[in-house]
Write a protein that binds this ligand. Structure first.
Ligand code: PGA
Length: 257
């Protein structure tokens, strides 16, 4: 973390939890965020957005959608528009989560379309980028990340458009094999430098989250990295005690410091 940016601790619930779970998890997040120095957000399944909006409204926990469509409305069965998320009380929307890319065929152009739609609706996109294991092992991590970042940045209309970026190596998501803080530092540095090429001021304020097997034990090591501005958390966000601990997390003390 850096003194200029408040870390954001975000929980992506994916397709998990009952309505009662959603309420309980949101209540726990609100309680934890009350006295934390980090910002917090939750990304519930669509059917529970309204329920969770009622719980987090007026608190320090922001609401987000897990995805949106690039069109405003139309014959897109099972999709939701950015405007619908906005009307439900969302502040954020994930754009191009790796599961959307891999399982639902969202390519860079589609993801960019969702990011543009999010901005036009008044939402803050959380652009998710990350390399697969094969891409890393063949030395393509940087080029993949910059390609994905460029596709999203192309939708930005001006300095006032809000943006958060999440670096989530695909091989680290849900595997229990998190990237090392050094690997995150390298990737986040590439991403921030790319943002700086188009908007140096934005590069100084854009939050870049790390995601992929973050848990209460390793989050402090990530927050210690100056270019890591929080975390996007899947599995460990489904345990209210763990998510609360991560909302309250602070940078780990460097060994020997
Ligand atoms: P994980 O998921 O924390 O379970 O690895 C992260 C994500 O998909 O955002």
């Amino acid at each position: 973390m850096s003194a200029n940016r408040i870390p954001l601790i975000a929980g992506n619930w994916k397709m998990n939890g009952s309505r009662a779970d959603a309420r309980a998890w949101a209540e726990a997040a609100v309680a934890a965020a009350g006295d934390a120095s980090n910002d917090a957000a939750v990304f519930p399944p669509y059917p529970w957005l309204g329920e969770v909006a009622g719980v987090v409204g007026g608190s320090r926990v922001a609401l987000g959608g897990q995805a949106c469509h690039g069109e405003v409305s139309g014959a897109y069965t099972a999709a939701v528009s950015a405007g619908m998320l906005m009307e439900t009380g969302c502040r954020y929307v994930l754009c191009g989560h790796s599961e959307r890319r891999a399982l639902f065929g969202e390519d860079d152009a589609f993801v960019a379309g969702t990011l543009g739609a999010a901005l036009r609706a008044g939402l803050e996109p959380v652009l998710c980028v990350g390399e697969t294991l094969e891409e890393r092992e063949t030395g393509n991590t940087q080029s993949v990340l910059l390609r994905q970042v460029d596709a999203g940045l192309a939708e930005i209309r001006g300095p006032d458009d809000p943006l958060t970026i999440a670096y989530e190596p695909v091989w680290a998501i849900g595997t229990g094999k998190a990237a090392s803080p050094a690997e995150a530092a390298e990737a986040h540095g590439w991403i921030r430098a790319r943002v700086a090429e188009t908007d140096a001021e934005r590069a100084g304020r854009v939050r870049i989250l790390y995601g992929g097997s973050v848990n209460p034990e390793n989050i402090g090591g990530f927050l210690e990295v100056p270019d890591v501005d929080g975390a996007l958390i899947g599995g460990a966000a489904l345990d209210p005690a763990k998510f609360s601990a991560m909302i309250r997390a602070t940078p780990a003390t460097a060994p020997g410091a």
